[in-house]
Design a protein around this ligand. Structure first.
Ligand SMILES: NC(=O)c1ccc[n+]([C@@H]2O[C@H](COP(=O)([O-])OP(=O)(O)OC[C@H]3O[C@@H](n4cnc5c(N)ncnc54)[C@H](O)[C@@H]3O)[C@@H](O)[C@H]2O)c1
Length: 328
């Protein structure tokens, strides 16, 4: 079984990708400092507890497991916090990522799959977003992801390490196996926020802005099931292994749903009314973001199969129900 290193594999998307890797015949070795992730999410291969910025440790792990391929999820991810307190974001997502890349160069890593984001585009000029849309992030977080892409570009050009930067849209849902799902320390994502509200863990759902230039006035986003994202990573790895060139690829469905549409869909799936509070617009929220998924289809042959909205919500609801029962 070929081993691959999954940095940040104790997190939400990383743990689902480890499952997909295992299902495709790889052994995922997780490297994670558990700053945000959880050891109980590491279920599909060995765990190496440590920091991406600890060069000696990273070098030892790469040598110990004979690693040639990296899937890199490790980052701080709270967009709002990144704007009010940028220092840890530059330190973790840029500086430590660079330390990690230097070890990759030294140890002859061949392939690198990077978690980038639609946040690198900033406010869209046109939608759907294609990969050649200008990248002008409006948050520190988005800028750190863009810097990650740039470091990979220059490293590839100079030292030959190949990469695929996967620009995710809104990750959501949970695996049907029932033992992994979304569990962030601060939840900022719409679907888990709505579901936690229904479970009495929050008082209401704030909807920021109802006067956008969209059919119902609320923001539109592209929601992609985490199992589809996970499978795209396997395809990206296979693409590089089969001689593919470095590239950047959107991972979205190509369909946008408004905040109100998501709330309605949750009400249909769960049968519970959602307590909503309408508030002012938040700074830095583009009205409409959704992907043009053509490149993901052409280059990776990737077609989302889990991202029907009701399926996403049902899987996330099953996960939240299970989590709330475990906590009781
Ligand atoms: N969730 C989304 O919708 C979304 C959208 C676009 C991009 N992304 C990107 O995808 C990646 C995964 O996101 P997620 O939602 O699974 O986040 P997550 O917080 O659940 O996972 C990140 C993991 O990285 C680990 N980590 C962070 N810093 C580390 C360090 N210095 N050393 C070792 N481990 C470290 C954390 O402990 C955590 O387990 C992130 O890079 C994020 O920026 C996520």
């Amino acid at each position: 079984m070929k081993k691959v290193l999954v940095a940040g594999g104790a997190g939400y998307i990383g743990s689902h990708t480890c499952l997909a890797l295992k299902n495709h015949g790889y052994e995922p070795v997780v490297l994670d400092n558990l700053s945000e992730g959880h050891e109980w999410l590491v279920q599909f291969g060995p765990f190496e507890h440590g920091d991406i910025g600890d060069s000696e440790f990273v070098g030892e792990v790469i040598a110990k497991h004979g690693i040639k391929d990296i899937l890199f999820f490790a980052a701080f991810t709270y967009v709002g916090v990144s704007v009010t307190d940028p220092e840890p974001y530059f330190e973790n997502n840029v500086s430590k990522m660079h330390d990690f890349l230097a070890v990759c160069k030294k140890t002859g890593i061949e392939n690198f799959i990077f978690s980038s984001s639609c946040a690198t585009y900033g406010n869209p000029i046109t939608v759907p977003l294609t990969e050649d849309h200008p990248q002008n992030p409006v948050s520190t977080y988005g800028d750190t992801k863009l810097m990650g892409e740039k470091m990979l570009k220059w490293y590839g050009q100079a030292y030959g390490m190949k990469h695929v930067a996967l620009r995710y849209f809104n990750a959501c849902g949970a695996s049907h196996i029932g033992t992994i799902g979304e569990s962030h320390n601060i939840e900022t994502h719409l679907i888990p926020i709505i579901l936690k509200t229904l479970l009495g863990q929050r008082n209401h759902v704030s909807v920021f802005g109802t006067d956008y230039d969209t059919p119902d006035g609320t923001c539109i986003r592209d929601y992609i099931h985490v199992d589809d994202l996970a499978n795209a990573h396997v395809k990206a790895l296979e693409y590089l292994e089969n001689g593919g060139e470095s590239t950047q690829i959107n991972l979205g469905t190509g369909t946008g749903y408004s905040v109100k549409e998501i709330i309605n869909a949750v009400e249909q799936v769960t049968g519970h009314p959602v307590p909503v509070r309408f508030e002012e617009r938040r700074a830095g929220d583009p009205p409409v973001l959704y992907a043009n998924p053509q490149k993901s289809r052409e280059v990776l042959g990737w077609i989302p199969t889990h991202s029907d909205l009701h399926n996403i919500i049902q899987s996330a609801w099953n996960w939240e129900l299970k989590q709330s029962q475990t906590k009781v």
